[in-house]
Design a protein around this ligand. Structure first.
Ligand code: GLU
Length: 382
């Protein structure tokens, strides 16, 4: 690829609405001294500030807690016992979060710490909660800094690597670009440290078995993620319509370097996150229930608007917040399908009423829309 081609590939980062950046331990923590690499982190903060100034949402998924904490606790080099890594994470995470806060404060950016476990992304209810919190933070202009909750995660319930965690987060918030900042500049046909014929792969359109076979073990001593976890992350991200970039992180302002045409590997999805989400909704085999709506609401949906409680006349079936429901016109024909923001019981209490009354009727302030237009697919046109 020429410089121009690389710059043009990087438009995906420049034009993304929502960007997730994964920061590996090896970048943040000095391997010899075990200290936080503040100067590098300050340059990443400048990168983040630039993206925020362009109006992009940014989420950081940062490793480094265990690497920082183990040094501070003077734990012996080598593999840690589970309790030791949990203790190290507890000590390291607070230092890590503090550093992000301090350095992003300088750019007037609010940092929010979120610690996730595997359950938070794999269990529907917790997934919806975590997603809600992230979306709210982004809407308020904060930059979430996420890590795995290593102090409570045991071997069985652990991601263990932040590559896949970052991909799950990207999927959760429908990000359009995920950058994995790594100690290597991208994917090679073989391990470049061992094979002089290894060739660089600039773009992956299909994660074929050949591509998976290219991923050897990790070459880094500090983090846990090797190329295999990056490919696994790429599968998740691409499947969610998110572009993924593996790039060298150990440079000043690594995101700016990508935009300026630094070499990196791009994994390219075939559809956008919204299109995929809509496909998935339309493909739900058995909606959990149905909402009957009036003619005014049918027209609003055709105009591309969301479904408000005022337009709903009846709720049938048993469903929870987050379940897919059929949306039926006054003649009983299914006009649309969507994800309902309320359970069947709560829907019955707010239907026919104004959104402003939701809090009074339910005792909590939920979404104004019963089905948001991003969560809705029209099945039958006007
Ligand atoms: N969550 C771990 C930490 O903060 C790192 C996981 C990884 O290296 O990907 O230390």
């Amino acid at each position: 690829m020429t410089l121009d081609q690389r710059k043009s590939a990087a438009r995906r980062l420049v034009e993304a609405r929502r960007v997730v950046v994964k920061v590996g331990s090896a970048l943040l923590v000095d391997a010899d001294k075990g200290r936080l690499n503040r100067q590098w982190l300050a340059s990443l903060a400048a990168d983040v500030a630039r993206l925020r100034a362009r109006g992009q949402d940014v989420i950081l998924v940062s490793s480094g807690a265990i690497a920082l904490g183990r040094r501070h606790l003077k734990l012996e080099p080598g593999r840690l016992k589970l309790e030791e890594s949990q203790a190290a994470a507890a000590v390291g995470q607070i230092r890590l979060a503090h550093a992000y806060k301090e350095l992003l404060d300088e750019h007037g950016i609010t940092v929010a710490q979120i610690l996730l476990t595997l359950d938070d992304t794999e269990q529907r209810r917790r997934y919806l909660n975590a997603r809600g919190t992230l979306n709210t933070l982004l809407a308020l202009g904060a930059v979430p800094v996420i890590n795995e909750n290593d102090t409570v995660a045991t071997a069985e319930i652990r991601y263990g690597d932040n590559d896949r965690l970052a991909a799950r987060v990207a999927q959760m918030v429908a990000a359009d670009c995920l950058v994995l900042l790594s100690d290597i500049d991208g994917l090679y046909t073989a391990n470049p440290h061992e094979d002089e014929h290894a060739e660089f792969v600039a773009r992956v359109l299909d994660i074929s078995p050949e591509i998976e076979a290219m991923a050897g073990g990790s070459s880094s001593d500090v983090g846990t993620g090797g190329m295999q976890t990056k490919i696994a992350a790429a599968k998740i991200a691409v499947g969610a319509g998110c572009h993924l970039c593996i790039a060298r992180g150990a440079v000043e302002q690594p995101l700016k370097r990508i935009e300026d045409g630094a070499r990196c590997t791009w994994f390219v999805p075939t559809a956008t996150p919204v299109a995929l989400r809509k496909q998935w909704i339309a493909g739900t085999l058995k909606p959990a229930g149905a909402l009957s709506i009036d003619l005014g609401a049918v027209r609003a949906l055709y105009d591309g608007k969301s479904l408000l409680p005022a337009g709903v006349t009846r709720a049938t079936g048993r469903f929870e917040r987050g379940d897919t429901v059929s949306i039926l016109g006054p003649d009983g024909v299914e006009v649309a399908r969507g994800i309902c923001a309320y359970s069947d019981a709560d829907t019955a209490r707010i239907m026919g009423r104004q959104s402003a009354d939701i809090e009074r009727l339910l005792g909590f302030r939920g979404r104004d829309e019963i089905v948001h237009r991003d969560d809705l697919v029209i099945l039958k046109g006007p």
